[in-house]
Design a protein around this ligand. Sequence first.
Ligand code: ADP
Length: 228
Amino acid sequence: MIHIEGVTVVYPDGTRALSGIDLHVERGEFVFIVGASGSGKSTMLRLIYRELVPTEGRVLISGQDVAGLPRNLVPTLRRNVGVIFQDFRLLPDKNVWENVAFALDVVGASRREKYRKVPLALELVGLSEKEQSFPHQLSGGEQQRVSIARALVNNPAILIADEPTGNLDPDISWEIVQLLANIGERGTTVLCATHDRVIVDGLRKRVVSLVGGTIVRDARGGGGYDEP
Ligand code: ADP
């Protein structure tokens, strides 16, 4: 599903964010990406939703080299990859329903499709009752659920979560990660960057550890956050 092969990323200012990374993720896998701030987690995720292309090496999504993707196919790739962030990135002047529908608007979905898909996505994250609320009327955990609904409404094969619990209390963080795990169990491939070791240790999933832009450990079945 995701093949990162010999990838190096050097930003325009000369910062080398990743060096010679190899990572293979199967369809339906759940993978934590862990490491200190600045270790390259976000850079690795940005490659997958093609906000970045590698300086060296290749990134293949379902066999397709994303750097060589014709411009007209980039929206198709993005539709197949849902993304959530630490700061939720909701539109403040749109209600919950409209925030989720927005992801369908940008891909040109019909009105009928929106009325079918938005309620399903809100039900999946347990927010059907809040569809008329605005972001400022919701708790942080609820806002993150809206952003998850928005990421999933196009039914993507891959869900990318970049520090999804960074702004949330521990109890709520745990609920959000359980929700991501449930989404993984429905067949979506999930990559979740975090430095929350309680969550990583609590959910026995594959853990890929980055230090200074290289993978230093790749532990399946819940290796935990710490070095062995
Ligand atoms: P993490 O997500 O683990 O905190 P990042 O991938 O954001 O790490 O950053 C990896 C390295 O790349 C850091 O040294 C960071 O300062 C640098 N970096 C990130 N984004 C940029 C950018 N747009 N331009 C230059 N350097 C960047």
